[in-house]
Design a protein around this ligand. Structure first.
Ligand SMILES: C[S@@+](CC[C@H](N)C(=O)[O-])C[C@H]1O[C@@H](n2cnc3c(N)ncnc32)[C@H](O)[C@@H]1O
Length: 291
């Protein structure tokens, strides 16, 4: 499928900005790498690995995968960032390929254009129809994966899937009418995305999934009752953030994994200093498919 230019440019812009921050992601990268090493120590047949939402690969050490798996694929909507990664390995004789795909399956230029126009013109009937069509036709379809993988990695991608929907709405027509529809759409997207990931996983394979849960930073409600970002690791403060609804939209939770029929083998949590202003509490899991 040809990827829409509007969406890929949007994500490329975002990826280019965060690429400059990769040096402050060291702790986060180390935690993701540790989950990958743990999963790999359990996987007996290391045929193939895929990184879903690979972007610039700031958060994963690719060499480990190239040294341990027969072939490695990188999937993202942002082709330019994937090509940059591929260029870094040119001439190294590695079995590395890219897949340029939109995980949601709806971010075509036509679709984004209509959504944008509907919000701009305050054409509520048009926006309602767009949401209804998505519900009827589905989102994040399983068919995106043409093969099954021994190791599938998805690190902090689910929270990005609905970001274009939210951003356009906030900037163009932040009427409360669509707030709940967008919230529901994002929930639906996360659930379908997990089934999509499960479909791409081999019977004997494992997935590493990480997801931002809580956010700390200037002007965010959490700063009012959390003295220090590291306190987000505390269970009682997590319960408070849950009860106040102060969690990251589009996140994957342990309940979501269980509902999607994944089996949790290992779990961890850590603090991700994203940039000077923002910090996340991330949860990460090694999971298998239940049969
Ligand atoms: C927070 S980043 C993950 C970190 C990334 N591995 C890195 O190091 O830059 C999320 C990634 O998901 C990709 N992404 C977001 N929406 C997508 C979609 N609908 N289809 C495919 N990739 C998507 C973005 O382009 C981005 O590279």
């Amino acid at each position: 499928m040809a990827t829409a230019k509007v969406s890929s440019d949007y994500f490329h812009n975002m990826n280019s900005q965060v690429h400059e921050l990769s040096h402050i992601w060291d702790t986060h990268r180390k935690e993701v790498d540790e989950l990958i090493a743990r999963a790999s120590s359990i996987i007996s047949i290391k045929q193939n690995a895929i990184i879903v939402g690979a972007g610039n690969l700031n958060d994963i050490t690719l060499d480990f995968l190239l040294n341990n798996y027969d072939n490695v694929k990188l999937l993202d909507i942002d082709e330019k960032s994937l090509l940059n990664v591929l260029n870094r390995y040119e001439g190294n004789n590695v079995n590395l390929n890219i897949i340029v795909e939109d995980l949601t399956g709806v971010l075509s230029d036509k679709f984004v254009g209509e959504y944008y126009e509907g919000l701009l013109m305050k054409d509520n009937a048009k926006i309602t129809k767009i949401f209804n069509d998505i519900i009827v036709n589905g989102i994040c379809k399983k068919t995106i994966f043409e093969e099954k993988y021994s190791l599938l990695i998805e690190s902090t991608v689910s929270t990005q899937l609905g970001s274009l929907f939210t951003l356009c709405w906030q900037e163009l027509n932040p009427s409360p009418i669509f707030e709940e529809s967008i919230r529901q759409l994002i929930r639906m997207m996360t659930k379908s995305h997990l089934l999509q990931l499960k479909h791409g996983l081999d019977k004997m394979g494992l997935a590493v999934i990480t997801s931002e849960q809580y956010e700390f930073g200037n002007n965010l409600p959490t700063v009012k009752y959390i003295p220090n970002p590291v306190d987000m690791l505390e269970e009682n403060l997590q319960s408070k953030m849950e009860s106040l609804g102060h969690y990251v939209r589009g996140r994957i939770t342990e309940d979501d994994l269980i509902e999607a029929d994944f089996n949790i083998i290992f779990r961890n949590q850590w603090i991700w200093r994203f940039n000077e202003e923002r910090t996340y509490l991330v949860k990460g899991w090694v999971v298998s498919r239940n049969f």
